[in-house]
Write a protein that binds this ligand. Structure first.
Ligand code: HEC
Ligand code: HEC
Ligand code: HEC
Ligand code: HEC
Ligand code: HEC
Ligand code: HEC
Length: 395
């Protein structure tokens, strides 16, 4: 594909310029950055006319094809479009360009399509197009054809967490309209900057976004019907308290093999975050936030999803279709479309034991026949239920 060969060339050139300038001051500075970072008035500088100019011109006098192209020109080496090496809380949009295909044990071909891996922010730099399956936001009406970085982030900055749009001004939409947001930006703090693996701002179980409140309502600006309102119980509860039993499971759960060994002070899992409603955002150290939840903390959209994209369908933080994460998650060694680096990056460098099941169990502890696995181990072998996978791996 042409775009794929074209990208490494700019990647190298721009990387050289920007890495050397990395210690220089921040760009957005929490407000409007230098206009010329994103706009061009005459498409001419130093007598070189037409640099980056799209035939017919770019909308809004932007320097590159569209708003997303303009953002991506700086952000592709900061973790937002970085070959899967972006270990940011939001996730790396690179996964939108990767489709993984494999043959199951019973001979059928399955795949996990790039477009299903998250929010398809259309841009020319990486050849991303609008989602071919979802024409609008599920549970809402925001058109996929209008979705880009500036559907969520205000390019001219504001004081909100990550410059996210709020109820005072919604994002630019079709034509010259704006899409109205009813809910304000979430209250949160945490790691951003360059979130590449090994870059010092990558997400780990200790360093991550600390979410306090408002994620569900904010996502529901575009996905209103996905948000449980009035206790309808037809969608997974969000913005509801964990309660003491679920908080206790979370704190004790280390893995399928060790569902009881955890401590509340160190039990936080970066792959299964929650809203810490009592936290003081002004004093919390988000670079070392290892404490698990209390009973009044809440499950929310980003407990299970990434805000940008992930290697898995539905922007899952883990592969929702896997029984055993190590054996069944895709990308997997041998999948068409998956490199070894993709596999290593898929869980931000983590690996799991052979018995590890879905991370829903961090809260629900239903690893094996409605019980934690070790509860089975403590029984005589002939009282174990049959292993549903037939592989013996469940034991
Ligand atoms: C980080 C990139 C970025 C920077 C910096 C930036 N803009 Fe923009 N601007 C955009 C994008 C993208 C749009 C297109 C609308 C959208 O997607 O929100 C836009 C649209 C506009 C518009 C038309 C729509 C509107 O919001 O009124 C004006 C006027 C504008 N910018 C002026 C400015 C000025 C003046 C500055 C400097 C003080 C500036 N911009 C800095 C990215 C930027
Ligand atoms: C000229 C390069 C450049 C462009 C163009 C650019 N950014 Fe950035 N962006 C940066 C840098 C550098 C940082 C990290 C420091 C900072 O926050 O300014 C950053 C940080 C951010 C952050 C995190 C802010 C935080 O809370 O720490 C967001 C969100 C963001 N950019 C969105 C955008 C969007 C959306 C666009 C396109 C409209 C865009 N950027 C265009 C350079 C750029
Ligand atoms: C500005 C509107 C907007 C906001 C805000 C928004 N989304 Fe979306 N979302 C969309 C659109 C449009 C689609 C369908 C197009 C696509 O998937 O690329 C979508 C698709 C999705 C998908 C399915 C992805 C796929 O391809 O299967 C998930 C999951 C999702 N959103 C979760 C979230 C979460 C979680 C939040 C809050 C952090 C959120 N969204 C905020 C507009 C939005
Ligand atoms: C559907 C809404 C949505 C879209 C589209 C979106 N973002 Fe974000 N972005 C978010 C949210 C929400 C966060 C906070 C994620 C968290 O902390 O869990 C975020 C976080 C970030 C950060 C901080 C680092 C990180 O990984 O958390 C940067 C930088 C950023 N976005 C840039 C971009 C750029 C560039 C684009 C387009 C290529 C983009 N975003 C598109 C919602 C969005
Ligand atoms: C407990 C985990 C969990 C929570 C919390 C959660 N989701 Fe999901 N979400 C999933 C799973 C799993 C799927 C895959 C489809 C399914 O199981 O229905 C999914 C699918 C989706 C889709 C894609 C639907 C489609 O038609 O393709 C969207 C959009 C979405 N979720 C948005 C949200 C939003 C917005 C929130 C918060 C209000 C949220 N989710 C909270 C687990 C969760
Ligand atoms: C951060 C903790 C957390 C995670 C992770 C989590 N849940 Fe839940 N789940 C909850 C809470 C809290 C409730 C509400 C409990 C209550 O009302 O008693 C709940 C309720 C449920 C219910 C009952 C809903 C009803 O209407 O009765 C089901 C089913 C469920 N979760 C499945 C899942 C699945 C499947 C996953 C993984 C995709 C998952 N959960 C991940 C916290 C979580």
């Amino acid at each position: 594909m042409r775009a794929a060969r074209f990208v490494p060339a700019i990647a190298v050139a721009t990387l050289l310029i920007v890495v050397s300038a990395q210690s220089a001051s921040a760009f957005h500075s929490g407000g409007v950055a230098a206009c010329s970072g994103c706009h061009t008035m005459h498409v001419s500088q130093d007598g070189r006319v037409g640099m980056h100019w799209t035939p017919g011109g770019n909308p809004y006098l932007l320097k590159y094809g569209n708003a997303t192209d303009t953002c991506v020109r700086c952000h592709y080496f900061r973790g937002e479009f970085s070959n899967g090496n972006g270990y940011g809380p939001g996730g790396d949009f690179y996964w939108l360009t990767r489709t993984f295909t494999w043959t199951t044990a019973w001979g059928t071909t399955e795949s996990s399509s790039g477009a299903s891996h998250g929010h398809n922010v259309a841009n020319r730099v990486f050849g991303v197009t609008a989602d071919p399956v979802l024409t609008h936001a599920p549970g809402g009406d925001f058109l996929s054809s209008s979705l880009g970085c500036t559907s969520c982030h205000d390019p001219h900055g504001n004081a909100n967490f990550r410059m996210l749009y709020d109820s005072t001004l919604g994002p630019a939409y079709v034509g010259d309209t704006r899409y109205a947001f009813t809910a304000d930006a979430p209250l949160a703090t945490g790691n951003a900057g360059t979130t590449l693996v090994g870059g010092g701002n990558n997400e780990t179980d200790a360093r991550h976004t600390v979410y306090k409140d408002g994620v569900d309502e904010w996502c529901a600006n575009c996905h209103p019907a996905m948000h449980e309102t009035g206790g309808s119980r037809f969608t997974h509860p969000t913005g509801v308290m964990l309660g003491s039993a679920i908080a206790d499971n979370y704190n004790r759960y280390v893995s399928t093999d060790n569902p009881d060994g955890g401590q509340p002070t160190t039990s936080y899992a970066g792959l299964v975050p929650f809203e810490a409603v009592q936290i003081d955002l002004a004093t919390i150290n988000a670079a070392s936030a290892t404490a698990g939840p209390g009973a009044d903390d809440e499950v929310m959209c980003l407990t299970c999803h990434r805000a940008h994209a992930s290697p898995f369908a539905d922007a899952g933080r883990w592969d929702f279709a896997a029984t055993y994460l190590a054996r069944d998650s895709h990308p997997q060694a041998g999948d068409a479309g998956a490199s070894a680096q993709d596999v290593a990056n898929s869980y931000y460098g983590r690996s799991f034991g052979a018995n590890q099941r879905s991370l829903c169990n961090k809260c629900h502890a239903k690893d094996y026949a409605d019980e934690p696995l070790v509860a089975q181990h403590s029984k005589p072998r002939d009282e174990w239920p049959d292993d549903p996978s037939g592989t013996g791996q469940g034991r």
